[in-house]
Write a protein that binds this ligand. Structure first.
Ligand SMILES: [Mg+2]
Ligand SMILES: [Zn+2]
Length: 228
């Protein structure tokens, strides 16, 4: 993988402005793609898709609206670094707080980029992020449980959906992954503890783990589909 990763704020802002432009230009059927690895060529291999809230950072029932709402779950920065040494990592997150009009898109994208910058500063290599900004009533095709964000990542960056993993703390994450043939993993952090029963019932193949930290070890114990 390229070592051209940069927490450089200027570069982050550039990506943000490009994607904000896309956001304002597109209809409610498009999600927002943020490519975080500048040196990325199309990867053409399976990836690991991570939900963000409840998996990487604390879930916030009233949405992550401010930088002070961001708390990384224990061990996560190290876990994502380890994971990204072996797999391509893409974050896929529903942020209907934008579409509901609660917080400007710029603010939410800046908060998101600061989360990614912290992961990168911790040594992780994040391929990119896909954000669904829509209100549920818009019936977009990207808001999980729809798989549109995974499809968008595969189209933009070449992630092969078959053989990829989707890791989330909600049944809707698992549904999105399963819909496009990903292997699925539920973490018991965030909403996971409360979603476990329904998830096990509808998706008995889903792997359930206490945290991303444990899940990453589990995933990396399987040598298939590692980065080449
Ligand atoms: Mg979540
Ligand atoms: Zn959407």
């Amino acid at each position: 993988m390229s070592t051209m990763r940069s927490p450089n704020p200027a570069m982050s802002s550039q990506f943000l402005s490009i994607n904000l432009e896309q956001l304002t230009m597109t209809t409610n059927q498009s999600c927002v793609l943020l490519q975080q690895n500048r040196g990325l060529a199309r990867i053409s291999r399976p990836a690991v898709f991570l939900d963000r809230d409840g998996v990487v950072i604390d879930n916030c029932d009233t949405y992550v609206r401010h930088p002070s709402d961001v708390t990384f779950l224990p061990g996560v920065i190290d876990a994502v670094r380890k994971l990204s040494e072996r797999r391509d990592v893409v974050i896929v997150t529903n942020q209907s707080v934008i579409g509901r009009g609660f917080v400007p898109a710029e603010t939410i994208l800046e908060i998101h980029q600061s989360i990614v910058d912290s992961l990168i500063a911790g040594g992780a290599d994040i391929t990119g992020s896909v954000i669904c900004p829509h209100d549920p009533s818009s019936r977009c095709t990207c808001r999980k449980p729809e798989p549109g964000m995974l499809i968008a990542a595969s189209q933009a960056w070449g992630c092969q959906l078959e053989g990829s993993w989707m890791v989330g703390d909600a049944l809707t994450d698992i549904q999105a992954g399963a819909a496009v043939g990903c292997q699925t993993m539920l973490v018991r952090t965030g909403r996971g503890e409360y979603q476990e029963h329904a998830t096990r019932l509808s998706h008995p193949e889903c792997v359930v783990v206490p945290s991303l930290l444990v899940g990453v070890d589990r995933l990396l114990a399987d040598p298939t589909n590692a980065k080449s």
